[in-house]
Design a protein around this ligand. Structure first.
Ligand SMILES: NC(=O)c1ccc[n+]([C@@H]2O[C@H](COP(=O)([O-])OP(=O)(O)OC[C@H]3O[C@@H](n4cnc5c(N)ncnc54)[C@H](O)[C@@H]3O)[C@@H](O)[C@H]2O)c1
Length: 285
């Protein structure tokens, strides 16, 4: 089986980027979100991003039109029933994700691969709600998907070698660098190690150890990070970060993943980072 048609479910920060990457790589790319507003915003965002590339001379207007013509928004999952691969990028909540996979399993052709872009949930409980757990895979893109080349690939314990090989082939076809994670463990590699660091950085702001500007400067100047960790938190989305931390704490135990109260309070106040216009920094201007 070769992957030709892809469906992206959930068109927020990650889903719209994954959709753009698939369309740019020539895949017929279906797009679905429960929110009509999210579909409109995603389309506008992708068009703006491609316009910038045309202006910079990185692609022609004809290239842009071809990419946009590869994108097919749908209002009912049944309209995408012939896809070979569905990538879920909805909220980081196991119940919401399991519900999406039950629906996809019921609608898509039996051979189609089901994939999740979860940041930290294990693969096996997601695969297990479907009748095709051997065709399940975590394909974890990094933010922003149009720029970051890393993809973590995680198999559920039921995933077949054929599915894993197809997922690897797909990642190469979209010009990414897939890294195979050998154990289905919460947090995989990058988030297991990065989340405690970001939480500690938020504690440093909370305790007044340094200013957020100086913390970002320290990592950029000291470790050559292209973006400081405080800005990174804002770009991940503070609600997403909190969900990942709470879930990792529940699944892994210990005190490494207990969210800093400042993070919980910012989410409660609706300060979600770049996507809401305000997080640790202000993005409204
Ligand atoms: N933000 C990051 O830096 C990052 C990085 C890697 C992976 N992820 C993971 O990607 C996933 C999405 O994260 P995000 O930051 O794009 O979130 P987001 O909040 O920006 O977008 C989520 C989208 O899912 C839609 N949605 C919710 N329930 C749905 C359903 N039942 N069916 C269809 N659409 C539904 C929402 O309307 C929204 O548009 C999460 O699992 C997250 O952990 C996030």
């Amino acid at each position: 089986m070769a992957i030709k048609k892809v469906l992206v479910v959930g068109l927020g920060l990650m889903g719209r980027g994954i959709l753009q990457v698939c369309a740019q790589s020539g895949f017929e790319s279906y797009a679905y979100d429960v929110s009509e507003d999210a579909v409109k915003k995603a389309a506008g965002h992708i068009e703006k991003s491609l316009d910038k590339r045309v202006q910079k001379g990185k692609m022609t207007e004809a290239d842009k039109d071809k990419i946009l013509s590869n994108i097919k928004p749908v209002t009912d999952l049944k309209e995408a029933k012939d896809v070979d691969l569905a990538i879920e990028a909805v909220f980081e909540d196991i119940n919401v994700k399991q519900d999406v996979f039950r629906k996809l399993d019921a609608v898509l052709q039996p051979n189609a691969i089901l994939a999740s872009n979860t940041s930290a949930l294990p693969a096996t409980p997601l695969a297990s709600v479907t009748k095709r757990p051997d065709k399940f895979m975590i394909i974890h893109f990094h933010q922003p998907p149009t720029v970051m080349r890393l993809i973590e690939l995680v198999k559920a314990i039921q995933t077949s070698d054929e599915t894993a090989a197809l997922a690897m082939e797909f990642c190469k076809a979209i010009n990414k660098d897939p890294v195979q994670i050998n154990v289905d463990c919460p947090g995989f590699l990058t988030n297991r190690t990065m989340i405690p660091l970001l939480n500690e950085v938020i504690y440093c702001i909370y305790e007044g150890v340094s200013t957020k500007e100086d913390i970002d400067l320290a990592y950029k100047s000291g470790f050559n990070w292209p973006m400081g960790p405080v800005t990174l938190c804002d770009f991940i989305g503070l609600d997403t970060l909190l969900h990942i931390m709470e879930d990792l704490h529940a699944r892994r135990g210990g005190d490494k993943f207990i969210p800093c109260p400042l993070l919980s309070n910012m989410v409660a106040a609706g300060y979600l980072g770049h996507k809401s216009g305000k997080g640790f920094f202000d993005y409204t201007k």
